[in-house]
Design a protein around this ligand. Structure first.
Ligand code: SF4
Length: 310
């Protein structure tokens, strides 16, 4: 077991518990879009979203789902000796497609040693028809279905400020329907949004607990070149928060979070290309180590203040 587990529920250990061994993600990037970019909900997207739709890390962009999975699988098998995999549709809104295309992309993941599928999406793009189909898919194939959904902030005013184009209520509605079908729900949260206060961070943790969210991915706010966020920073409309605030907010969030919730990421990572600033030019693992060091010094852990502040 990973020693970090005494402070928070570590993703790699949770995967091992579920699948019996280490499991690797195979990123799939499709040339899709998002209703917050194409004009349906908004134009230009969330203020932090780059041209790639918040996705990266694929070896064969533009290829078919099957080709992307196969090529990355060969590489990861050779490099890490991996045996089991999760097909991970990571960029844009992977449920913002026709039902026929949706079925086609999901069915293309049925391959030997692919034990799960993970679909990134947004709260206002999860239909009952898709969930019913995924339920049938999960029963038929035995593959586990993960749905990754961005919330970013539990404060509606902040969601407006970052141009999310959906509300907290939209998230609650989608989360309840996803959980009702028994899928694994992972939620993305940005903990250093300058519009949020500590109370919003706590409200986010309380919401995750109440909805029975299974996993969270925590990120800092990083600036991609050419985004609205970059323009706002340059114009002096936004001042980014410092690393100290991020670290303290992560600890605040974790302490209020149910111990069962898996921490898929405690700090995000971004590719160097196109990124103007990310994680205060500090390695993600150094920030993670500092969070753990402070939690150890204070003798605190995930969930030890759950229910106290809510
Ligand atoms: S919802 Fe996702 S893909 Fe759409 S604009 Fe926001 S970050 Fe980008």
């Amino acid at each position: 077991m990973n020693p970090e587990n005494q402070f928070y529920r570590v993703y790699s250990d949770a995967l091992r518990e579920r699948f019996g061994e280490k499991v690797y993600k195979l990123p799939v990037n499709l040339p899709l879009t998002c209703p917050n970019r194409d004009g349906t909900k908004g134009r230009g997207g969330c203020i932090f979203c780059g041209e790639d739709g918040a996705g990266h890390e694929t070896r064969v962009p533009g290829a078919s789902v099957r080709k992307q999975l196969t090529e990355t699988m060969v590489y990861i098998r050779k490099r890490y000796g991996a045996k089991k995999f999760i097909a991970y549709f990571q960029n844009y809104t992977n449920t913002y497609v026709s039902m026929d295309f949706f079925k086609e992309m999901v069915e293309a993941t049925v391959m030997e040693d692919v034990v799960a599928i993970s679909l990134s999406t947004r709260p206002d793009c999860v239909s009952e028809e898709q969930l019913t189909y995924l339920d049938e898919f999960q029963c038929r194939t035995g593959m586990v279905v993960y749905i990754e959904m961005g919330l970013q902030s539990a404060n509606d005013e902040t969601l407006i400020a970052i141009h999310r184009g959906h509300t907290v209520a939209d998230f609650i509605d989608a989360a309840e329907r996803i959980k009702a079908k028994g899928f694994i729900l992972c939620t993305h949260m940005i903990l250093d949004l300058p519009w949020d206060r500590d109370a919003d961070i706590l409200a986010g943790a309380v919401l995750m607990n109440r909805l029975g969210v299974d996993e969270v991915k925590l990120h800092s706010l990083y600036v991609v070149k050419g985004t609205e966020l970059e323009r706002m920073v340059d114009a002096g409309e936004v001042t980014l928060l410092d690393m100290e605030t991020y670290i303290e907010r992560v600890i605040l969030f974790l302490r209020a979070l149910d111990t069962e919730i898996v921490i898929q990421r405690i700090i995000g990572r971004a590719p160097k290309e196109n990124v103007r600033s990310c994680n205060w030019n500090t390695s993600w693992w150094k920030i993670k180590d500092e969070i753990i060091k402070r939690m150890a010094e204070r003798n605190v852990c995930q969930g030890d203040r759950k229910g106290i502040e809510s």
